[in-house]
Structures are given as C-alpha cells and as structure tokens.
Design a protein around this ligand. Structure first.
Ligand code: 3PG
Length: 222
C-alpha cells in the first residue's frame, strides 16, 4: 500500500511497525536510499541529524513526497525547528527534553515527537507533555524485551519504539510485544553499505524486515 501524505505519522509508524534509522553523509545517497526503502516495501525513515549534510538530506527526502520522513537526534529546540523547516513530519530525540516537547506541542507547531525514555520517571515526564509514544533507547543496554514487558503492567497506556542494538534476529521478539508500536534501528543501512553503494543489500534488509512484520501479523491473526 502506498504512503499517504495525509495519514498521521504515528499511525503510519504503527501500521508499518518499522523505523529505519539512517545516518547519511552524502546527499547523493538520498535518492538510492529512497529507492531501496521503496523497493523493500517501507516508505518511511528517520534521518539522524548527525552529519553536516543531514538537514539537506531530510529536505531532499521529504521533497520527494513518496516517503514519510522524520528527523532524529534532535537535541534542542533549534534542531527541532530546523528539522521541521526541512520537511520532517515527526521528530525523535535521544533524551526526554522538556523544552523540545513543549515546542513540539505548541498550537502553531504540533509535530509528533517520540522522546528517548528509559525509566518510568522519564516516561511520566513525557506524558506530562501529552506524549504517549516514546523511544525506548538504547533498548538492548536497558533490558530490552524484558524491561518493556515489565512496563506493560504499570504503564498500560504507553507505547514504545525500541531502538538501539536491535537486529533482524531480535526484531521478532520486540514486535511480539503489545506495547511496541514500531521497532527502530540502524541495521537496515550500515555506513559501509552506503559508502560502497550497496543499496541492493539495504533493499534486501528492508524487505526481510517487512516480511518478518507480515509473518508476525499473520501469526497473531491465526
Ligand atoms: C540510534 O539512534 O542510533 C538508534 O537507536 C539506532 O541504533 P542502532 O544502530 O544500534 O540500531
């Protein structure tokens, strides 16, 4: 199914259940990356603001109009403003930063944001800004699946996007959790593949993950 520019970014993430996290050094990589994502069946991505070219890459990817584009590694209100100006439709932050959450929730902004949260205190802090879907980061360092299972009881209204240290191998166990909206990771597009132009490998990894999501959904329905 194609991506709709009109669907809510978090609804789209919940539908796709995957969030490729891309760190792009070269603007020339944007088009082949987009094609690899689309070939793999996943019309969305988070671009991290970790390279000098990152904002230009967000702009180029968003301007295509055929992918849902978010920006990650948002560490300040300025980062958030620049990312939204470049066309990002959702923001991801490594920390739970009140100033950024406050700006994202302003009536004249209203951009979805998933803040990095690890502890119940951070999760509740995000909740005070109306945020009920958080990034659980770095997932593998902070107990991964086991921690997310422990949060399901006391925090039943909170949804998580675990990222950090997740791989194709561990993807199914995260997808099986009811409090996981989508699973994020950098494993789709390692730096070496971008450097060496192996976009076909990236497309294969995207397709494999999309198939794992579909197999899980079929298993749940059965
Ligand atoms: C990040 O923000 O870098 C993500 O959490 C990706 O982590 P990963 O590369 O370990 O998947």
């Amino acid at each position: 199914m194609p991506f709709s520019l009109f669907s809510h970014p978090l609804a789209e993430l919940a539908k796709r259940r995957l969030l490729p996290i891309l760190t792009v050094e070269e603007p020339a990589h944007v088009a082949p990356l987009a094609e690899a994502l689309l070939a793999g069946g996943l019309p969305l991505a988070e671009l991290t603001l970790r390279t000098p070219a990152a904002l230009a890459c967000v702009k180029a990817l968003a301007a295509r109009g055929d992918l849902l584009v978010g920006a990650g590694t948002i560490r300040s209100v300025d980062d958030a403003k620049r990312a939204v100006d470049a066309g990002a439709r959702f923001l991801v932050t490594p920390a739970c930063a009140p100033a950024v959450l406050e700006w994202c929730g302003r009536d004249d902004v209203r951009v979805p944001v998933t803040p990095g949260c690890v502890t119940p205190t951070e999760i509740e802090l995000a909740g005070r800004y109306g945020v009920k879907t958080v990034k659980f980061f770095p997932a593998s360092n902070f107990g991964g699946v086991s921690t997310l299972k422990a949060y399901a009881g006391p925090l039943p209204d909170v949804k998580f996007i675990p990222t950090g240290g997740i791989s194709e191998k561990t993807l199914p166990e995260y997808l099986a959790l009811k409090n996981v909206t989508a699973v994020g990771g950098g494993w789709f597009a390692p730096a070496a593949d971008l450097r060496d132009g192996r976009f076909d490998e990236i497309a294969k990894r995207v397709k494999a993950a999309v198939e794992i999501v579909a197999a899980g959904a079929a298993g749940t329905a059965a």
